[in-house]
Design a protein around this ligand. Sequence first.
Ligand code: SAM
Length: 252
Amino acid sequence: MNDLNSVLLPEMLDIWQDTLNWQPSNAQQALFQRLYELVLVGNQKLNLTRITEVNDFWEKHLWDSIRGFKVCLEGLSKMTSSPSSLSMIDIGTGAGFPGIPAAIVIPYSQVDLLDSTQKKLTFIDQVIGELKLDNVKTVIGRAEEVGQLRSFRQQYNVALIRAVASATVCAEYSLPLLKKGGLAIIYRGTWTDEENSALENAISGLGGKIECIDKFETPLTNSTRHCLHVRKIAHTPAEYPRAIGIPTQYPL
Ligand code: SAM
């Protein structure tokens, strides 16, 4: 078993401050700690994540998740008339990343965690209960199907999507779910000019536009990351997302 207290170490507080000009409150830290414990326990039965060593968990799950949306938090909070109506969806949430950290850091948001694997969502439902997060719920389904349902399509201000598919596929999954003016944050490791051109081509037909490529380094291992900010500037045609499996088989 890993050292369960380390996500609370004071030096991590300094890194939050230095890198994001922000520190979690004591209550938020306690939630991160409990989340870590629950993921470790859940991992004994389910294949939730390979990132279990404490520093890895802190950097690659907590810090990385939060870094992705934190830089545009001010803009996000202005997207709705009342802050409490900021709606977010985490597509392919897995063990709850980046959606659970988002719900903890932005308590006024309403966060839906979408995944196609029921076992993972059963685990997340337990986490939501244990952490008493009343601004999160799970949604079972494939992004290709959920994006065509009236109750989900065009319903969100923000879509987060990390480690699910290529960027063009992520765009096809996320843009139909966004309201016009909404923002998709697509988390990537490396990012090339070729990928950028492919994404630009793909999103022009989905009603999206690349707003910025946010490049950064992780604070412990100095790994390069990119978050692609794709703004929904126009209606997404009804044919998208295409049927299950088609986006990955025939990327736009
Ligand atoms: N986002 C998490 C993270 O960064 O740690 C989990 C990433 S995991 C590698 C990918 C997850 O996406 C899996 O849990 C899988 O079930 C889910 N997934 C893949 N394709 C999907 C789809 N089309 N619709 C919904 N979920 C999907």
